[in-house]
Design a binder for this molecule. Structure first.
Ligand SMILES: *Cc1c(COP(=O)(O)O)cnc(C)c1O
Length: 472
């Protein structure tokens, strides 16, 4: 019977997922095998004949699990990666089972409605202008792209050029001002938009990767014609914030569109003790942020938020005779994103916000920031370890071998990162900051709490001690 089989298959998937999640606390905080082994596990000739569904799902789990990185565990501090909260995962399962295509509200009313309401909640949580429109995209990369497409269209429209219709050929050049430590995906977004990733006015930054206000002023004064200024809330390494209150008035004077990449940093606004970091951020024109980082939605989910909703719509317009027209005051999800057919991301966003509430989200951000400070304090206690950034949010940059020369410090830091990963109690990755090797710790996964923070500090100290012993 088809119905029985569907039930069996979906229950099987649920059981496999439940088992995986329940085994996480005892599983090393890293993949158990690498890409080559994973490839061998999945590889095989194109199947000529089909196989039973239950068998295939079982095979999938068996082959995938050793190569899974336990990002949803409490001791995962790698990159800046959220923990796929279980309520979001449950909502996401339903989203898949319902098979909705969230292009327009006539065809899929609930998908569009959940998005409309979740969009309003997001604006309240982040305290951004309530008239803004919100596009539910794959992540902050595409959110940056969408926001900057709106920016490009609007600054050229103001000088009498319709870029949506005529493209960039023959248009006035746009000056794009960006901090030297902007996230690499913003440069990609500029590349996709024909604005170029090198044709930019780059602003010098301080030790936290924040724009130097004086350098910004000097360069802004030299700008003539259409301009876009790109600011940042939450530098990917340090967690630093551009000084919105000082920069925005200057950017306004030159008539620039002001965009903010706030993939995780925007969420400081949802947590009163950290809100001051992003003071004045709401005076900008567009904001890119992620659901799958601090809000803990499952992958993929990001939000493109644009104050001038007409500019947002113009940049993303899709029109076809078979698509019903949108009436005044109605919102179609596809108006604000590049795609037509798309996953209904509003369901998981709506469910997580309902589950955590404003207070729960604030408490989570606060907890993660406390964990970051706790780890930084523990490590700083050892005078052979230095913390390179000011820990203002959830990011910690650590260097081992304080007092050694630069090359030796790099070597010791890389060895310690490798040791930490091999040990598998915690996962944190290496990075380069100001040309030197660092261990980068990001406290942002749902399950991460003080207990995990203490365990992380212990594991990092133990790894450093054993590196010290073997290299001395
Ligand atoms: C993660 C991140 C991005 C890219 O976001 P994705 O969700 O990976 O597309 C952009 N900017 C910053 C500051 C980030 O932290």
């Amino acid at each position: 019977m088809e119905g029985d089989w569907t039930a069996r298959l979906l229950r099987q998937a649920a059981e496999l997922a439940i088992r995986y999640r329940s085994e996480l606390p005892s599983r090393p905080q890293r993949p158990l095998q690498g890409y080559a082994e994973a490839l061998a596990a999945f590889d095989g000739p194109l199947p000529e004949d089909g196989e039973p569904g239950e068998f295939v799902i079982d095979e999938l789990a068996t082959r995938a699990e050793p190569g899974l990185n336990a990002t949803t565990g409490s001791r995962f501090f790698g990159w800046v990666i959220g923990g796929s909260h279980q309520v979001g995962v449950a909502a996401d399962w339903l989203t898949s089972a319902w098979g909705q295509n969230s292009g327009n509200h006539h065809a899929m009313p609930s998908a569009a409605a959940a998005e409309t309401v979740a969009a309003r909640w997001l604006l309240e949580l982040l305290d951004l202008p309530r008239e803004s429109s919100v596009g539910f995209v794959t992540g902050a990369t595409v959110a940056n792209f969408v926001c900057l497409a709106a920016a490009r269209g609007e600054v050229l429209r103001r000088v009498g050029w319709d870029v949506e219709a005529n493209g960039l050929f023959g248009a006035r050049p746009i000056s794009v001002l960006i901090g030297d430590d902007a996230h690499t995906t913003v440069f990609s977004a500029l590349q996709f938009l024909g604005l170029g990733h090198d044709r930019l006015v780059r602003i010098a930054t301080d030790g936290q990767g924040q724009m130097l206000v004086e350098d910004f002023k000097r360069r802004a004064e030299a700008v003539i014609g259409p301009a876009i200024v790109i600011l940042q809330a939450g530098q990917i390494n340090t967690g630093g914030f551009d000084r919105f209150a000082d920069i925005v008035p200057v950017a306004r004077r030159i008539g620039a569109w002001i965009h903010v990449d706030g993939a995780f940093g925007c969420w400081a606004r949802a947590c009163p003790p950290y809100r001051h970091l992003a003071e004045g951020l709401d005076a900008c024109d567009s904001w890119a942020t992620d659901g799958h980082k601090w809000l803990q939605t499952p992958y993929d989910c990001g939000y493109a938020i644009v104050r001038n909703s007409d500019a947002h719509r113009r940049a993303m317009t899709i029109a076809a005779s078979y698509l019903p027209p949108t009436m005044e005051g109605e919102r179609d999800p596809s108006h604000f994103v590049p795609e037509l057919s798309r996953r209904a991301r509003g369901f998981a966003t709506w469910a997580i916000i309902r589950h955590l509430g404003r207070a729960g989200i604030a408490a989570m951000v606060d907890r993660h920031c406390r964990v970051a400070r706790l780890i930084a304090d523990r490590l700083r206690n050892d005078n052979t370890i230095s913390v390179l950034n000011e820990v203002v949010l959830n990011q910690v940059l650590v260097r081992f071998g304080a007092g050694e020369d630069d090359e030796r410090g790099d070597e010791l830091t890389r060895a310690t990162v490798a040791r930490i990963q091999r040990d598998g109690t915690v996962f944190a990755g290496g990075a380069k900051w100001r040309g030197r090797d660092v261990l980068r710790i990001s406290a942002i996964s749902w399950l991460t709490d003080e207990v995990a923070g203490e365990a992380a500090a212990e594991a990092i100290l133990a790894a450093w001690r054993s590196v010290g012993e073997t290299t001395r």
